[in-house]
Every structure is written in structure tokens, then in C-alpha cells.
Design a protein around this ligand. Structure first.
Ligand code: E4P
Length: 218
């Protein structure tokens, strides 16, 4: 299972990378805005800075919603670095753009997937990744994890090469359940990744080991 971090914050990306478990980064326009990054040049520079930290898989999202413009923007983003994966929304022109970019050897991540039909369409178009949003489905009283199960089953049936990138992962149980179900990738904030470290019995056990060592080695 791959771990991506879902942020445009360089410190968080560096911290997850330094942990040695990071396989990539996802961003979106909201995450860029959260970091106060505005204007095309600043946004492109932030993608470059992210690519300088991680080894691969940096999702950079297009703003255009019309086919030709998405294609041009996708190519511009892909030209930043070989690590870039162009993130395209699940709309009609987006599906066409995924097909065209894939045909040119550019990797894509189809975002804003909320049902299995959208996932099938994006996979048929050749997306490298599809991003079903678990948390946002949970927010509207629909089980996001059931969608991941459904897509895993469908992609297994047809041996689609498209990877299932579980997005909008909000807490540790989302991540663990995605692993049980067999999602290829999860993307989540730093606190969800570091949250995996925590258990009170680990803390108390370590405290006792160190205290016993100290007693015997005074
Ligand atoms: C990732 O690609 C998505 O943009 C992100 O996971 C959305 O998460 P949110 O629903 O917490 O904003």
C-alpha cells in the first residue's frame, strides 16, 4: 500500500518524507489556498518545491474545465517534473483529457470520484489513479468505505491497471480499513500518518523498559 500526504505544506511533506514511508503527495486548489499560495507562478513554484522533496507521485490539479484548456494545462504541469501526476476532475471533458494525456504518456489522477460508475469511466480512459473521496461521502451519511470495496471488486474483475487512491481520508480507522479492503494508495494529512505511531501500551511499555534498565545500570 502506498502512502501519499494530502497537503501543500512543505514542512509536513518533509516530515512525512523523513519518516521514510512517503510515496507521494496530493494537492488541490483548496490546499494551495490554505497555504496562502496564489497566482500561477507561485503555484507552479510550489509544485517544483514539492518535487524537490519527494521521490515520485506529485498530483498537480488543473483549474480548467474545458478539454483543450485542460490538455494544455496538463502538459504544462507535467513539464515541471517527471514526478508530476496531472489531477483531472471527473467531468466529461476531463475524461477526454485523461485519455489524451494518457496517450501522450502523461500520468493522470482522476479526482472527485463519488460512485463506482465514475471510477469505471476514469479507468477506461486510462487514468493512472482514481481518487474516491471517503470523508466527503461520510459527511453526507453515505459510507465512503463501501465505495472503496465496490471499486476494488470491479477493478479486480477486469484487471484494470488504474490504482485506487483513497482520498478524503480523515482518521486512522479510515486508513486501516482502506488497507483491509485493498486500496492501492491512501492520501491523508500528516496527523493521520503520525497517528499510526500511537498506542498507550507502547508508551508505558517503553517507560518501564527504560526505568528497569536504569535500575540495573546505576
Ligand atoms: C485528495 O486528492 C483530495 O483532494 C482530498 O483528499 C480531499 O480531502 P477533504 O475532503 O478532507 O478536503
Amino acid at each position: 500500500m502506498k502512502f501519499f500526504i494530502d497537503t501543500a505544506n512543505l514542512d509536513d511533506i518533509q516530515e512525512a518524507y523523513d519518516l521514510g514511508v512517503l510515496d507521494g503527495v496530493t494537492t488541490n486548489p483548496s490546499l494551495m489556498a490554505k497555504e496562502g499560495i496564489t497566482g500561477e507562478q507561485n503555484i507552479l513554484q510550489r509544485y517544483k518545491d514539492i518535487c524537490d522533496i519527494v521521490d515520485d507521485n506529485v498530483s498537480a490539479e488543473v483549474i480548467s474545465t474545458e478539454y483543450e484548456a485542460m490538455l494544455a494545462e496538463g502538459k504544462k504541469l507535467a513539464a515541471i517534473d517527471d514526478k508530476i501526476v496531472v489531477k483531472i476532475p471527473m467531468i466529461k471533458d476531463g475524461v477526454k483529457a485523461i485519455k489524451a494525456l494518457t496517450d501522450e504518456g502523461i500520468r493522470t489522477n482522476c479526482t472527485l470520484i463519488f460512485n463506482a460508475g465514475q471510477a469505471i469511466l476514469a479507468a477506461k480512459a486510462g487514468a493512472s489513479y482514481i481518487s474516491p473521496f471517503i470523508g466527503r461521502l461520510d459527511d453526507i451519511c453515505t459510507d465512503g468505505l463501501t465505495l472503496i470495496e465496490q471499486i476494488v471488486q470491479i477493478f479486480d474483475n477486469y484487471e484494470f491497471e488504474t490504482e485506487i487512491l483513497a482520498a478524503s481520508v480523515r482518521h486512522n480507522m479510515h486508513l486501516i480499513q482502506c488497507a483491509e479492503i485493498g486500496a492501492d494508495v491512501v492520501t491523508c494529512p500528516l496527523n493521520v500518518i503520525t497517528g499510526l505511531l500511537k498506542h498507550p501500551l507502547t508508551d508505558s511499555g517503553l517507560e518501564k523498559f527504560l526505568a528497569d534498565y536504569k535500575k540495573g545500570n546505576q
